[in-house]
Structure formats: C-alpha cells, structure tokens
Design a protein around this ligand. Structure first.
Ligand code: PBG
Length: 328
C-alpha cells in the first residue's frame, strides 16, 4: 500500500519518451502517396483565378494546370482530380461531354506532359447545368434514369481523353453500371471507376460551389445525396457500387463521417478513399489566418485521423502543402 505507483509494471509512457521510440510504435503513417490534389479547370489560357472562400486554391487554365502537375510529381503525390467549368451552361449540361471541354483538354495535356501522374475526373453535371442540379430536371425533380446516359457520355469523353479513373459524384442510382457498360462497349475496359459511393448532402460543400459555380438555383441536393444521419445506408450504397463494377469507393465528406469510413474499411476490402472537402479546408484556413490554430499541425493531424479511420487515400486541397511538410 505504501508506494503503489512505484510498483507499476506497465507504463505506456516508456514508449513515448523520445521521437525514435514513438516512431517505432507508430500505428498510422501519412505519406505524399496517400494524397490526391483537386483542381478546377477553366477555359482559356494563362489564367489563375483565386477562390475567395478557399485561400490558396485557384481556378486554372490548362497550361497552368500542366505546370502544377509537374510540381505534384516532384512532391511524390500520385494523382490529381479535375473539376471543370464550362464556357456555357444549358439545361442538360451538354458541355460536360464536349471533347473540347476544359476537363477533356486538361486530361489530354496532363497525360501528355506528365504521363506518370494518375488523372482522375469528377463525373457530374452540376457545374454544367444552368439550374445547378446534378442531372436532368423533370417537373422540378432530378430524373434519375434520364440522367444516366448523360453521365455515361461524360465519363466516356473523359476516358477518350485518357483519364485513368472516372469518379461519378452525382449519386444517381445505377450510374456506376451505366458508366461501366458505356466504357466497356467503347473499348475502355482499362479505365477505372472511383465511385463517390457514400456522398452526403452536406453543408461542407459551400466553398466548392462558389469555386465551381454549381449552387442549385432552386431546391437542394437532398433528393439524391445521402441524409447525414445514416451510416447503414452508406454500407448499402458502397455494396451496390461495388456490385455495379466500381474499382474503388469513396466516403464524402470526411471529418463528420469518420465512423462511416471506419465501418466501410471493416466491411469491404476494396480500396477506400475519403474526400476532405472544401468546407473542411476553409475552416482550417480561416482559423489559421486568424492565428487561432497552427495550420501545419492541424492539417497533418486531420489527414492522419482520416487515414487512421481507414481511408487508403485522401482527396484534399491541402495535398501540396501536406506533401511539402511531410518531406521536410
Ligand atoms: C459535384 C461535386 C461536389 C463536390 C465534389 N463533386 C459538389 C456538390 O455535390 O455539391 C464537393 C467537393 C468539395 O466540397 O470539396 N457534384
């Protein structure tokens, strides 16, 4: 009874006493190869337009993007994902599948200049439709089945340009199957699909919609994106997308959905991605600019947490900064 503390045999602090000991027993590691950098591509040449709600993020023309792609390779980042802004929008979002669209041109240019970088493309219509919804509107609702062929055409145009993986983010039922069929029929059996399988109707996409000009003119996306309280439903969505032929699946957003990432990891063996979205980025940048948080520490902690939850790779606007910090 006299000195019980001195009798402690198990002392977890022993393994925390130096950085070398901590490194030895570290369970989760973060590396540049875990990261994918998102980019917004605009028509034109030699332009970089800052996105006010996402400090450090710029919308780029294809030539500027190619320069960025070279930087990613030097930083050890294996891939990027592209979002496009059209010159003109219409009700069907037809510029989404134009062979001369900003994304299609960007894919060709990046694959030519930096062939070792994996080029992913977001497949969705919301940036291209005049109403801002992710599909065709019929009677005020997004018509699922009428949207599928348009998504398939869009994915095919990205594959033709040379995309490594197409990533449908629209949340229409059956879109992975429709895209897989379209790719296979046109000889693109080798093009992969990363499905935004569990994508929630989230307030965290606000800054992205400013960047992409894709805020719905009326209504919201709750009729097709998932209801935030549901996690079991996410498992059904993931199972369906894998059955339909997805090569990898994604949970989005990341931070408010770490439990969903963990469940998905425990349940499925397919590669799992997480999207650390625009609103998550904006919060960190705002707090860091105010001097309230140490940006470097917070970013690495957040990304490590997403990996620890079970993600194999992370789409994040912090990718370039994080890779630099990890290399330093
Ligand atoms: C397109 C799409 C969105 C995001 C990725 N693809 C916006 C949305 O669904 O409204 C969000 C990405 C981010 O917030 O960083 N549908």
């Amino acid at each position: 009874m006299s000195n019980r503390l001195a009798d402690l045999r198990i002392r977890p602090r022993r393994l925390r006493r130096s950085e070398a000991r901590r490194r030895l027993v570290r369970e989760t590691t973060l590396a540049p190869e875990d990261l994918v950098m998102p980019y917004f591509v605009i028509p034109g040449r030699r332009k970089r337009e800052p996105v006010p709600s996402m400090p450090g993020v710029e919308r780029l023309t294809v030539d500027e993007l190619v320069r960025e792609a070279g930087i990613l390779v030097r930083l050890g980042i294996p891939g990027l994902i592209l979002f496009g802004l059209p010159a003109r929008k219409d009700a069907a979002g037809s510029e989404a599948w134009s062979p001369s669209g900003a994304v299609q041109q960007a894919v060709r240019a990046v694959k030519r200049a930096v062939p070792d970088l994996a080029v992913l493309t977001d497949v969705c219509l919301c940036e291209y439709t005049s109403h801002g919804h992710c599909g065709v509107l019929r009677g005020g609702e997004v018509d699922n089945d009428a949207t599928l062929p348009l998504l398939a055409k869009t994915a095919l145009s990205h594959a033709r340009a040379g995309a490594d993986l197409v990533a449908p983010s629209d949340m229409m039922d059956g879109r992975v199957r429709a895209i897989r069929q379209a790719l296979d029929r046109s000889g693109f059996k080798g093009t992969g699909i990363l499905a935004y399988a569990a994508k929630y109707a989230s307030g965290f996409y606000g800054p992205f919609r400013e960047a992409a000009g894709s805020t719905p003119r009326s209504g919201d996306r709750r009729g097709y994106q998932m209801d935030p309280p549901n996690a079991r439903e996410a498992m059904r969505e993931i199972a369906l997308d894998l059955e339909e032929g997805a090569d990898a699946v994604m949970v989005k957003p990341a931070l408010a959905y770490l439990d969903v990432i963990r469940r998905a990891r425990d349940r499925f063996d397919a590669p799992l991605a997480a999207y650390n979205v625009s609103g998550e980025y904006a919060m960190v940048k705002a707090a860091a600019a105010a001097g309230w948080l140490d940006e470097r520490r917070i970013v690495l902690e957040i990304l490590t947490g997403i990996k620890r939850a079970g993600a194999d790779f992370i789409l994040t606007y912090h990718a370039k900064d994080a890779a630099r910090w990890l290399k330093a």
